[in-house]
Write a protein that binds this ligand. Structure first.
Ligand code: NAD
Length: 510
């Protein structure tokens, strides 16, 4: 039996967590209502910031940067290490707040905070490894090297579905790189942002000499984000959200020669080959497609199944879909919590209608508990058997819809995988070495994440997160992403007495 939350108890719980973490009551006053997708009830009110206030925050962040850039990098790493400790201490509270405000099931709320802790560990080590190269020079008696310097104020714009981790993927790196950060979280999740800000302040107080303005939170909607995007005092803008948002942000940042790091939407596929281990495949597909109610950028949205195993796989998947628990995300047995809001529900229904009109056969997708919870949107995940990869299939609908397509030739399956504009995550399920390696090769998946025998959802911070295709190369978190938060200088030192000039050029120097 699924359970659903009662209306009325969440606001007090959220306030209790915020108070306990040290968020001052004055920050919980304003006109914007912060609501919970669990019941639709109002949790608190917050104040949006106007463009002028954002400008002020950027100026203070710049002043903080001028101080912070000269602090030795390993010492900067110590601040991030302390932040990781504070996050460990606050993990249960912050995770509970993520569940209340973003609707993630409890284990995913906790998993998101764990990602914050992991990136702090990663960044602490990184603070001793901001290496530059020594480069062979063609000039005699010279040495040439590259040096990485802090770049300035980093603007972070984040999405509702990773309300706390996205900021930390950026901020932990930016802080060790010597930058200041101004954060504009999603207007749908201001409370978790306030909580993170308070936790960071605890670490800063322990560190002792953090310049005021090193980490600033600006609450607001699109306008506050635009103020960050357009400000020449923000050399790097890292924006995570829909491709629609990225399309607006990218040219505006480029117009002032800023650097954009874009982590955008995904329309992720998995290919299931005849040799696939079907037990493993069913479990992986069910989790990747239905987990977080389909509201992950890496959610599995398209399943490309070989004709020979289609009839063996589909009934098993339908069984998994029929048995999955939809309901209160705090309950241990729940896999699918609520959609974020009514808009998300409406978009899901539009997509399902379009799929039906194109010949799709829909299983599931209906709203549940609407009478008891008229302002919350719980749905059964939908499995949609499609005759072809239509425009609806090729678009990202941020809801639990899995489109299933048939293929007969592996090259055709790879083509279907690559045929959509988004290039975020992808998988192949096979025990055939040739298929697995081809999928990972230059002629295989064109996504930023390509996996074998594991679903596309979820990513470890160490491997760098995100897409490469539609965003033109995003990536936050691990690998060598830190270079995007710094500027590179090439230094040439002449330790000889000669100055190599163009042949034949002379000066009379007296
Ligand atoms: P969204 O695009 O509606 O909003 C994201 C953020 O951008 C919000 O803070 C919003 O206020 C801000 N914003 C919107 N328009 C803006 C503009 N013109 N200028 C500046 N800021 C602007 O996305 P959402 O609904 O919050 O999140 C879901 C989307 O995010 C999905 O498409 C999902 O795939 C994507 N996402 C991607 C990743 C990734 O790492 N690739 C991670 C999480 C979410």
């Amino acid at each position: 039996m699924s359970s659903f939350p009662q209306i009325g108890a969440l606001a007090a719980q959220a306030r209790g967590i915020l108070n306990g973490l040290g968020v001052s009551a004055s920050r919980l006053e304003g006109h914007r209502a912060a609501t919970s997708p669990l019941t639709g009830e109002v949790l608190a009110h917050v104040a949006d910031m106007g463009a002028e206030e954002v400008e002020g925050a950027i100026a203070r962040a710049h002043a903080a940067f001028l101080e912070w850039r000269t602090v030795p990098a390993p010492r900067r790493g110590e601040l991030v290490r302390l932040f990781g400790e504070e996050l460990r201490a606050a993990k249960a509270d912050l995770a509970a707040l993520v569940t209340i405000e973003a609707g993630k099931i409890a284990s995913e709320g906790a998993g998101e905070v764990q990602e914050m802790i992991d990136i702090c560990d990663f960044a602490t080590g990184l603070s001793r490894q901001l290496h530059g190269l020594t480069i062979a020079t063609e000039r005699p008696d010279h040495r040439m090297m590259e040096t990485w310097h802090p770049i300035g104020v980093v603007g972070v714009i984040s999405a509702f579905n990773f309300p706390v981790a996205v900021w930390s993927w950026n901020a932990a790196l930016a802080f060790v790189c010597g930058d200041a950060v101004v954060w504009k979280p999603s207007e749908k999740t201001p409370l978790t942002a306030l909580a993170v800000d308070a936790i960071f302040r605890r670490a800063a107080a322990r560190f002792g000499s953090v310049p005021e303005g090193l980490s600033t939170l600006v609450l607001g909607a699109r306008e506050a984000g635009e103020a960050l995007v357009d400000d020449a005092g923000v050399p790097v803008v890292s924006a995570t959200g829909s491709t629609a948002m990225g399309r607006v942000v990218a040219p505006r940042v480029a117009a002032r020669f800023g650097r954009a790091i874009l982590e955008l939407g995904g329309n992720n596929a998995a290919i299931v080959c005849p040799s696939a281990d079907l037990d493993l495949t069913v479990r992986a597909v069910a989790f990747a497609a239905m987990g977080t109610a389909g509201q992950r950028c890496t959610t599995l949205r398209r399943l490309i199944v070989h004709a020979d195993i289609y009839d063996a796989l589909l009934p098993r998947l339908k069984k998994a879909y029929g048995s999955v628990r939809v309901g209160d995300p705090r309950a241990a047995e729940t896999l699918v919590g609520p959609l974020i809001d009514g808009e998300a529900f409406a978009a899901m229904q539009v997509a399902l209608e379009a799929a039906r009109a194109a010949g799709g056969v829909v299983t599931g997708g209906e709203r549940v508990a609407a009478d008891a919870l008229p302002d919350a949107f719980y749905v059964r995940p939908a499995l949609v058997e499609m005759p072809a990869q239509t425009d609806t299939v090729a678009a990202e609908t941020f809801a639990p819809i899995l489109y299933v397509l048939r293929y007969s030739d592996f090259a055709e399956a790879v083509h279907l995988n690559n045929e959509v504009p988004q290039g975020l995550a992808s998988s192949v399920f096979t025990t055939n070495l040739r298929e697995a390696e081809l999928f990972l090769s230059a002629a295989g998946s064109d996504c930023g994440i390509a996996n074998v025998n594991i679903g596309p959802s979820g990513a470890e911070i160490g491997g760098a997160f995100g897409g490469e295709k539609e965003t033109g190369g995003g990536r936050e978190a691990g690998s060598d992403c830190w270079k995007a938060y710094m500027r590179r200088a090439t230094n040439t030192i002449n330790y000889g007495t000669r100055l190599p000039l163009a042949q034949g050029v002379t000066f009379d120097v007296g």
